[in-house]
Structures are given as C-alpha cells and as structure tokens.
Design a binder for this molecule. Sequence first.
Ligand code: ASP
Length: 359
Amino acid sequence: MMDSNRRQFIKKSVVLGLGATAASGGALAGPAPDAHAGRFDFNGPVTISSRNGTRAVRRAMEEIEAGADALDAVVAGVNLVEEDPSDTSVGYGGLPNADGVVQLDASVMHGPSGRAGGVAALEGVVHASRVALKVLRRSDHVLLVGKGAQEFARMHGFPIQDLMTDTSRRQWLRWKENLSVDDEYLPEHDLEDATIGQADGWNERHWGTVNCNAIDLNGNISGVTTTSGLAFKIPGRVGDSPIIGAGLYVDNEVGAAGSTGRGEANLESLASFLVVERMRAGDTPEEACLFACRRIASRTKPAYLLDVEGRPRFNVQFYALRRDGLVGGAEIWGGRGSFAMADRDGARLVPLAYLFEQS
Ligand code: ASP
C-alpha cells in the first residue's frame, strides 16, 4: 500500500505539472474542447423523438412546461411507450430474444451534469429507462447488464414481471417454428460472401426503439433511448441503445442525438457522438444526421450486408436537437420516414432526410 506522504506528493506533482503546462503554453495548451460552446442561443423548449414517440414528445413538453428538468421529462415521455403492449419494439410487449425472453436495453444522459446511465439485457422490468436513470443517479457506474441490472432494479423497488404479451409470444413462436437462415448465427465466411445471412434482407426484420431528447425551460438538454432491441436476437446480445455515444449522446453546450435501426452498424461507428460533434462544428441537425448515415454506409464492408450496388441492406435513423432549438433527422433508406417533435406550436411528424430512396 502507498504511504500517505507519497500519495500527497504524487497528487501535488500532478496538479503542479498541469499548471506549468497551461501557463507555459506547452503542448497540452490550446483551445478547450468546448471552444464552440456558447455559439447556439437558447430559443425555448423543444422535444424530438422517433416516430413511435408522438405521445412521448407531447408528455415531455407538458412536463417541461410544468418546470421539469429535461431528463425527467424525456423519461416520463418514453415511459408511455414502454408501458404500451401494442408497441412490440419497447418495454412491455417488446419482442423477445431467440429463447423467448424479453431483454431490454436503455440509456439516459443528462446534459448539465454530463452524466450517463444505462442498462443492457435487462429482464423483467417494464421501465428500463427508469432503471437507467437510477444507474445515473444512484450509482457510480454508467452501465449495468443482465442479472446485475435486474438486482439493482429490484433493490430500488422495481417490480419484476413477465414482459411477454400473448401477441409477442405468438410472434416469437411463429419465428421459432420457421427457423432457417433467418437468424444471427453465421457460418464461417469471408467479406465477399453474400450468400449468408437473411435471404430477404435485414429490412424484413423487426426493429424498433424509442429515442427522445429535449431542452427544458432552463436551456438544459437531456435524452433517453429505450428498446427491447432486435427481435429474436441471440440471448445476451446488446444493441446500440444502452451504449453512450452510439444510441444516445448529449452535450449541454451543443445538443443531443439518438438513434434507431440496426444497432450493430451504429455500435461500430459511435454515430450519436459523431452527430453531436458534427453539430458542434457547425452542421445543422439534419446535416449531422446525414453525415452519420453516410459514415455508416461507407464503412460497411461485409458483402452479405450490401446490395448489388454496394449500399447497406439495412436502415439506421438519427434524431438530433441543437441547443438553439433546431431539430432534424435522417435515415439511410427513406422517402416515407418521419420523426416526432413538439414545441410551443404542438406535436407533429416531420419527414426524415435520407441517403437512398426506398422503393
Ligand atoms: N437500435 C436498436 C438495436 O439495435 C433496435 C432498433 O432501433 O430497432 O437494438
């Protein structure tokens, strides 16, 4: 064990070392990472979400107008979707994994404090977003998974229940009874192999998630993403939703971004972080979201994920909000897609920009 004198000495040296570098204009000096902070003026509250979050943005705006912090507001908003058995992409009634078990992923991020919380492969708790919020507020960690996440939820009084509904159970059973190339287990293959994977393309698979981001009355920004993930996934599979920087990212000085769609593509690009950084550098939310779509399209290499023209055979959507109240979204394949937003003029759907037109 280090004696306390030595520990004090090291602490002082580190502090002195940093001070000397900054004062002498050495290699570590230079513009602060937030040099662009303050370029966006706050113009009043606004919320944005994926299309299935029309109720979420409306609820979040109500909460914000009543004085709530954006983080509590967006979580209250997506709770409505998590509780809804008819949305088979999120929370209660979400489609299960390959073993017939619903495993939820969620994350939250709080702009003013810069803190984040997430849960992955969480079983038996309807409000995964609220458990993610507890991780942020009542632990020193950012991400809890599986059994540990469930125990943490139980410790905080969340009821543990079966999240399957009759509808989701029947859909899972149909899938199970028709198992063929329609799963995520891949044989040995090389990058050029286009004969593996799903015969009908990834777009046939059931995706769905709700992301919701907001600015509150104090100009503070927060976001949440919550999902049951890819339907019939390999048990234990974690998507992009609970991973900070992938399914969600918030910077109080710049804005927020979140994502839905093929999580694997987003995990390999950390694209919500990319969207926020692009906005920091001057992109509009829509431009930043399109940039992320282009990044994913250009870095997808395995042939089984590409069509004959080399374009991704899957979709990813991004939703972004900038500190000045501008919102926008984009997807790889579009034409018919939209996102939800709400401001003082009410809630509405707005078309998503896109890279390639869906036939
Ligand atoms: N992005 C989510 C995931 O990969 C799924 C979705 O948005 O549909 O788990």
